[in-house]
Ligand binder design. Structure first.
Ligand SMILES: [Zn+2]
Ligand SMILES: [Zn+2]
Length: 271
């Protein structure tokens, strides 16, 4: 290892855990290495953007009809509150899950860069896009399914401490902060200490549906009594089978939570 890279890794170790220094570090990086579109590689002129106008249009926004419980898009509208076959067969532990975008294409590239590429600042433009495009936050003056007045706490899905240390940030906490920024200081508070991950779990991406459920079983715990009789909105970046948020929801409900909603930026759409 050369002297420069020793200095670089020392600085990163020392400072990247701190949000202010990390943002500054990446801002300087943006100046030195201009941002390009995650989709097509075109040079971007808008500060903080992640995709050009054309590629952003390719991001698939989730619209009604969708299952009123798990939020998976449905092909037809039935009578009353639509519920998908999966939720009829086995009701999830959460009350309602909503996502802004389908997980694929440019949205998938953006989430990967955000989570694994160290681009923490992408939480801002991704959440902003969700608020402006997703029906779950309400559009054209209409109230959405996710209303801050309906909840007491925003709770980011926690990472295990080793993964948090390796990544330097919890993407779910950054999304929660961006949500709170948009809803204002008077909205529900963020609680990121009450729900913890108690053990290391292998990444869900490599596992089958049943393996995912087993993988996260017993991996979360509630500390203290903050959620007793409270309404909680769980936040994460991706909803795939819902195993992680379901496990979190059942732990929260066992700790007395009255209602557990879920918001994720993206979700896998099951056909
Ligand atoms: Zn592009
Ligand atoms: Zn469903």
């Amino acid at each position: 290892m050369g002297h420069l890279s020793i200095v670089k890794s020392f600085l990163e170790d020392a400072f990247l855990k701190d949000a202010f220094f990390r943002d500054t570090y990446f801002s300087i990086g943006d100046l030195l290495f201009p941002q390009t579109c995650i989709g097509c590689g075109e040079l971007l002129t808008v500060r903080g953007a992640f995709a050009c106008d054309l590629c952003r249009l390719e991001i698939e926004v989730i619209n009604a009809p969708y299952c009123s419980i798990c939020g998976n898009p449905l092909l037809t509208i039935g009578d009353g509150r639509p519920v998908c076959d999966g939720c009829v067969a086995k009701r999830p532990a959460f009350d309602a899950a909503r996502s802004a975008f389908a997980y694929g294409g440019v949205a998938l590239d953006a989430i990967k860069k955000f989570k694994y590429g160290g681009r923490a600042h992408l939480a801002g433009p991704l959440t902003a896009l969700a608020f402006s495009e997703s029906v779950c936050f309400g559009r054209n003056g209409a109230t959405g399914d996710i209303n801050p007045a309906d909840y007491d706490f925003l709770v980011p899905v926690p990472l295990y401490k080793k993964r948090l240390y390796d990544r330097g940030f919890n993407q779910a906490l950054l999304i929660s902060r961006e949500m709170k920024k948009r809803w204002g200081d008077d909205s529900m508070s963020i609680n990121y200490t009450g729900l913890i991950r108690t053990r290391w779990t292998v990444p869900q991406t490599s596992l089958s549906i049943e393996e995912r459920r087993v993988n996260v079983k017993g991996a979360f715990a509630v500390v203290g009594k903050a959620f007793y009789k409270k309404k909680v909105l769980l936040v994460d970046d991706v909803f795939t089978t819902g195993a992680t948020v379901s496990e979190c929801a059942s732990v929260l409900k066992a700790a007395g939570a009255k209602k557990v909603g879920v918001f994720t930026l993206t979700r896998s759409v099951l056909k």
